[in-house]
Design a protein around this ligand. Structure first.
Ligand SMILES: Nc1ncnc2c1ncn2[C@@H]1O[C@H](COP(=O)(O)OP(=O)(O)O)[C@@H](O)[C@H]1O
Ligand SMILES: [Mg+2]
Length: 258
């Protein structure tokens, strides 16, 4: 058992991560700290290595050099402490919402009644109460994304890796999602690592934004936006401080966007 005082402030650290795919140098010497209880966004143009970094943290991909630590333990492969919320949902099309959400627990051998209790709690928490028996094809894109999120939460992974989870949903749903995500960040003492290419979204939802520049990807700047969450997504769009920070980030990135 680790006593509370011994838990390092950062739940996840990446140290000097480099990744080459053949001749393509995707990441170079990337070091980042991801504090527990906070949401850190990886923000950068397409192709700058965000998905690669998430997969390395998940243990699904080995870095060419460097290492990842989760609570001081070196990552050598996938583990129950980390859950990936995939961009494409990755749901079982033939299984109900309940089965999809409890699937991770089923894989871990948790008894049916216990896993269904746990799954039911998270199905409600992500706003899908009443849809336990629905199948993925009966749900909207946004709802399917929630199923993926509930599944990640139900295995009680401490680190949630989210790869552009809201990119496939319409603007209304996206805003609702952002609110819901912030509720989770507040209620669950987990480490949220969130990939987005939307500057506005990053500024709104993040405790910390790592701005990545491409070819090869490296950390350009760390920004800690504050106070925007409390104002609500509908109110910040004309907020001068919000617009300033969005402009500032855009200025950093614009030369790299083709
Ligand atoms: N399996 C792969 N094989 C070869 N190159 C890859 C592979 N996966 C990603 N890349 C390249 O690595 C770079 C980073 O990709 P990726 O991590 O997907 O970026 P992002 O998620 O930021 O869009 C890109 O240049 C991409 O083409
Ligand atoms: Mg990607």
């Amino acid at each position: 058992m680790v006593v509370a005082d011994d838990i390092p402030e950062s739940a996840v650290s990446t140290r000097n991560i480099s990744k080459n795919y053949g001749d393509v140098e995707a990441l170079r010497d990337l070091s980042l700290e991801f504090p527990r209880g906070q949401l850190t966004s990886l923000l950068g143009p397409s192709g700058c290595g965000k998905t690669t970094l998430l997969k390395i943290i998940a243990g699904l991909l080995e870095p060419t050099s460097g290492e990842v630590e989760v609570n001081g333990q070196m990552v050598t492969g996938p583990g129950p402490d980390r859950a990936f919320v995939f961009q494409d949902f990755a749901l079982l099309p033939w299984a109900s919402v309940m089965r999809n959400v409890s699937f991770g627990l089923e894989m871990r051998g948790v008894a049916k009644s216990e896993r269904e209790d746990i799954a039911a709690r998270y199905i409600k928490e992500v706003g899908l109460g009443g849809f336990e028996n629905a199948y993925p094809h009966e749900l909207s894109g946004g709802m399917r994304q929630r199923v993926g999120l509930a599944r990640a939460l139900s295995v009680d992974a401490e680190v949630l890796l989210m790869d552009e989870p809201f990119s496939a949903v319409d603007e209304q749903t996206r805003r609702k999602f952002q609110e819901d995500l912030l509720g989770l960040v507040q209620n669950e003492n987990k480490t949220f690592i969130f990939v987005t290419h939307s500057i506005e979204e990053a500024v709104y939802v993040s405790d910390q934004i790592a701005i990545l520049l491409p070819r090869p990807s490296r950390v350009h700047e760390i920004i800690r936006p504050s106070g925007f969450r409390d104002k609500g997504v509908d109110n910040i769009r004309r907020d001068p401080e919000y617009l300033d920070i969005v402009d500032e980030i855009w200025a950093s990135l614009r030369t790299y966007v083709e």
